[in-house]
Design a protein around this ligand. Sequence first.
Ligand code: GUN
Ligand code: ZN
Length: 435
Amino acid sequence: MTDGETRAIRGRLLTFLRAPEGASDSASYRYIDDGIVLVKDGRIEAAAPAAELMSRLPASIPVDRHADALILPGFIDTHIHFPQTQVIASYGAQLLEWLEKYTFVEEQRFADPAHAARIAEFFLDELTRNGTTTALAYCSAHPDSADALFTAAGPRRMGIIAGNAIMNRNGPAALLEPARDAIAASRQLIGLWHGKGRLRYAVTPRFAITSTGEQLAAAGALLEEFPSVLMQTHLAENHEEIAAVGRLFPGDPSYTAVYARFGLLGPRSLLGHCIHLDDTEIALLADSRSVAVFCPTSNLFIGSGLFNYQRLAKAGVRIALATDVGGGTSYSMLRTAAEAYKVMQLQSQTLPALVAFDLMTRGNAAALGLDGEIGAIAAGRFADLVVLDARATPAMAHRMEVARGLEDELFVLMTMGDDRAVRQTYIAGRPALPA
Ligand code: GUN
Ligand code: ZN
């Protein structure tokens, strides 16, 4: 990305250095009260106190000033469905009924490339409005839907990782038909898009219910063939789902063991939900360095259950945070963090704001294996930034009158904030929202 553009972005800078241990681990982050991010060719050239950098800046460089706002690395969403922008807020069903009644119906509309192209633009606009600069996204079963998303993301220079959902059973024929040669289509999409600019491919077997063992094995082989491609699927979200997997794979000791048998676990694998797991399954995830993706708004909305963060973390499982739109109810990672906090409170656990903001930025970047590229305000990383205003609404401003420092401000942002708190989103150094 050598567009020659240079820009300075000034405000209060916050970036995480490692996972915080507890609610006030000040060694886990770097905070600069009046800082400048210097951007060149889409990447961060330097990030330092304004007093240090200002004297070195040529007068011709534009400086975007965000007085009082917090500038963080752009949010990263590790599980979201691009064809579900009009499934969001579908009433009154738990997972399997929700899939059949709403989701599979809606996803059939993505057979039409014009529809997919229109929704792709909406989807990326909505991520941007919410400060999300990278997402790991499911497309529909149609390979063209992945094409549509990558085509829309390219000129925006967004870090999109996506794959067409692979399905060959237990769904409507119209979704299985385009997936018949899903593996060949996936291989073709990898060739076309993986590593093109900031775009990457993820092998996407929807879940064990909608693929035969043969298709899961082929997905596993593809993952092995392409060592930088990611894998995304769903795991142990709902009790009926788990029972169905037991019936479909009677020889396997558990749902997780099915994925393990087909080579679908590993450090490049992100498994959505991971709610109802036994100890042996948790050990399989931990030992394989797979990532369990916590999707709180979805888990509450579909009524799937409570993600046991502490149990998984203690067992050494890598954890990421995600919206899961349209089972999830908000594109906002701030809303997502608020619901994660509540899910944990219901289990007598807690989620410090520092941990939540680390997860949404550095942690999710590490979960995607992209921590050298994104997730931090540091020289060499892409200049993906979100500018947050903790006084965005009257109620937030009112609460901020009594804020007790940075951690409290972050907690206000995650508890009360949403897209209204996002003042600007920079993608590869460029402001992506109207000033
Ligand atoms: N399991 C299989 N497909 C889906 C999906 O689209 N959303 C959710 N939440 N769970 C799934
Ligand atoms: Zn999902």
